[in-house]
Design a protein around this ligand. Structure first.
Ligand SMILES: [Zn+2]
Length: 247
């Protein structure tokens, strides 16, 4: 399933003051909600949430969530999947669970698009950490009303489980260096175009090193990527693959 993936650069994020890694033995994903009615310009709201989280009295490193999903099913990059969240309420739970914030209040039920996009992002986490299978609500980790009645009911019914054959997100955001001709990247190539490709894969939680060298490992992950998004799994990034990745 395709959905918009809005990078930090695209929504105008401020840089985090620091970050910490998630647990090696990540347990899974914790779902949150905003707790107030969401309407209007989501991008602007996310900028304001980030400001609030980073300002006193909180003074957090960054927006608390790893990612956010709105009612249109648009995914916004928060801290990113590999950066420890600040949303779960304790050192241990922040380390052990990735936090996805659903952009709804008590009076709003998640849309199908929101549920689908969230499921797809959970699939990306599991690609990266196959043992991180837990899907919990914030209130399973701490005494809180979050993630609200609607998400709680969906969690209890297993709505976020689904099938986990979903492809990684189709990004709309390169924001990375190119080289020319960058539109055909294959094994043996080196340079900024390869770095861009590796970065796009890594952003989606593939275990690729961004070294600008297109070796067997990059090819293997690229093939895997091509297969799940329904492209020819030839391990060569031609125009179609590059476009799918986010150019
Ligand atoms: Zn919460």
């Amino acid at each position: 399933m395709a959905y918009d993936y809005i990078t930090r650069a695209q929504w105008g994020a401020t840089r985090p003051t620091t970050s910490r890694p998630i647990a090696k033995n990540l347990k899974g994903v914790a779902l949150h909600y905003m707790g107030f009615h969401i309407g209007g310009d989501t991008t602007r709201l996310i900028r304001s949430i980030q400001r609030t989280h980073m300002a006193p009295p909180r003074g957090w490193w960054d927006l608390a969530y790893n990612e956010l999903v709105d009612l249109d099913g648009t995914v916004f990059e928060g801290r990113g999947f590999l950066s420890r969240t600040g949303a779960n309420g304790s050192y241990r739970t922040n380390r052990d669970y990735i936090a996805i914030g659903l952009m709804i209040g008590d009076d709003q039920a998640p849309s199908e698009a929101m549920i689908e996009a969230t499921r797809s992002r959970i699939a990306v986490v599991r690609n990266f950490k196959p043992k991180a299978t837990a899907i919990v609500g914030h209130s399973d980790l701490k005494a809180t009303s979050c993630p609200g009645p609607h998400v709680r009911a969906l969690l209890d019914s297993g709505a976020f489980e689904g099938t986990f054959a979903s492809p990684p997100p189709l990004s709309t955001s390169p924001a990375a260096p190119y080289e020319r001709p960058w539109w055909t990247l294959r094994i043996g190539r080196r340079g900024d175009g390869v770095k861009w490709l590796q970065w796009q894969l890594q952003r989606r939680a593939y275990k690729v090193t961004v070294d600008g060298i297109f070796g067997p490992k990059t090819r293997r992950h690229l093939k895997k990527y091509q297969r799940v998004v329904g492209l020819v799994p030839d391990g060569i990034a031609g125009p179609k693959t590059i476009k799918a990745l986010g150019a």
